[in-house]
Design a protein around this ligand. Structure first.
Ligand code: ZN
Ligand code: ZN
Length: 399
């Protein structure tokens, strides 16, 4: 094979892959899911990755939500650079609350598109369709979702189209990845699952172990096909309910209505998306737009005194600390403690779809994620803080 050039994308350099590289983003994967499945003996391949590959704990992007992290992984940079800081935001220019799924909101090119443009065969498979357009921006390659799989994809994978609320939605992603590797041998493949199982099932539970056992089988097949496997997560997942089994929620809009006057502040929950059944739009991160006459610091001080609030920061403080785009967040950023979520108004959350006690994410408590490789690493400075969006750097430059 002729020597291929290194590529520089968003200021970071990536070597050309020697073997096919499969990057897997396991949605909502606390490290403990992997440890428990391995300990239960149902995930021997993951056990091998831990023992003979390389395993690190890395930090994801805060807010610990799906879209900001998937986009960081495929661009190699923080949301301050790529611009995607939630599923949903208040567009100040348009004066409207909108989904952030449209590729027009993405401010950086992806590593996937750069390799495809340089001649690599690139494939992307996502569980939910909400990510497909963002991940596939400017990508000359294969890109589809399990949720909206077309007839040709269904035939390739040899499985029926799964329900959007099912473990099978993620299984379809892995099955498609194996089929693509067998038939088209992509140089670079990105597989991104959904956290349907993790929202319901804690690490070590039978539903969780079944999921990781399923995943383990497909990863072993990809390994046997000669692929380098790099696995990380978009965020972790924690219990967010009280002793009564009900969500432990702070309803911020109700509080601010009481403090500042009804409807004067605007609470945005960036977890909001069309798929609310498994979390009822309750997560551990919120941003607040205050009316022009409000005392921002006094409101922050008051929010900090609310039980269950871990952090309340100004826009400037939060954007500096978490590397976020200031123009897409409100005046105040609020993060709740590990077992607490943030809502808007109590009456605005439809929790009727929650058929298990709430587990969710969004905060600092879901920031630690696994970073696993099926080969040993070399040359990573020991003191370097690893991020999930270093996964391509390590896979291409340090294996
Ligand atoms: Zn996620
Ligand atoms: Zn989720």
């Amino acid at each position: 094979m002729p020597e291929r050039p290194s590529l520089t994308v968003n200021g970071r350099r990536y070597r050309w892959m020697d073997q096919p590289l499969v990057v897997v983003c396991v949605d909502g994967c606390e490290f403990d899911y992997i440890h428990q499945a391995v300990a239960a003996g149902v995930a021997p391949f993951l056990g091998r990755m831990l023992a003979t590959g390389a395993a690190f704990e890395a930090d994801c992007v805060v807010p610990s939500f799906t879209n900001p992290n998937n986009l960081s992984i495929v661009t190699g940079v923080s949301p301050a650079v790529h611009g995607i800081c939630g599923n949903y935001f208040y567009d100040r220019e348009a004066g409207a609350e909108v989904m952030m799924n449209d590729p027009k909101y993405l401010r950086a090119g992806t590593i996937l598109a750069a390799f495809a443009a340089a001649g690599a065969r690139v494939a992307v498979v996502t569980a939910k369709d909400k990510l497909r357009a963002l991940l596939g921006k400017d990508l000359a390659g294969t890109c589809f979702s399990a949720e909206k799989a077309d007839a040709a994809t269904l035939e390739l994978v040899g499985r029926p189209r799964p329900s959007v609320y099912s473990a099978e939605l993620s299984e379809f992603v892995f099955a498609a990845g194996v089929k693509l590797m067998q038939t088209r041998c992509p140089d670079l493949m990105y597989l991104s699952t959904t956290d349907y199982v993790q929202h319901k099932a804690a690490p070590g539970s039978s539903a969780a172990n079944d999921f990781y056992a399923m995943m383990d089988g497909y990863l072993a097949q990809l390994d046997a096909l000669g692929a380098t496997i790099a696995l990380t997560a978009d965020h972790g997942m924690n219990d967010k309910f009280g002793a009564d089994g009900q969500p432990n929620a702070i309803y911020l809009q109700d509080l601010l209505d009481e403090w500042l006057g009804r409807g004067t502040a605007r609470v945005i929950l960036p977890i909001t998306d069309p798929y609310v059944v498994h979390h009822g739009a309750l997560g551990s991160f919120a941003t607040v737009y205050l009316p022009g006459n409000a005392d921002v610091q006094a409101t922050i001080d008051r929010l900090r005194r609310v039980e269950g609030v871990q952090l309340a920061l100004s826009n400037a403080q939060a954007c500096a600390r978490f590397e976020l785009p200031p123009d897409r967040l409100g005046d105040v950023i609020v993060i709740s403690e590990k077992n607490v979520v943030l809502g808007t108004g109590r009456a605005r959350h439809d929790l009727s779809g929650l058929d298990a006690p709430l587990r969710s994410h969004g905060g600092l408590s879901e920031q630690a994620v696994p970073l696993l490789f099926n080969r040993r690493t070399a040359g990573i400075p020991g003191e370097r803080r690893l991020r999930n969006f270093d996964v391509m750097d390590i896979a291409l430059n340090h294996l």
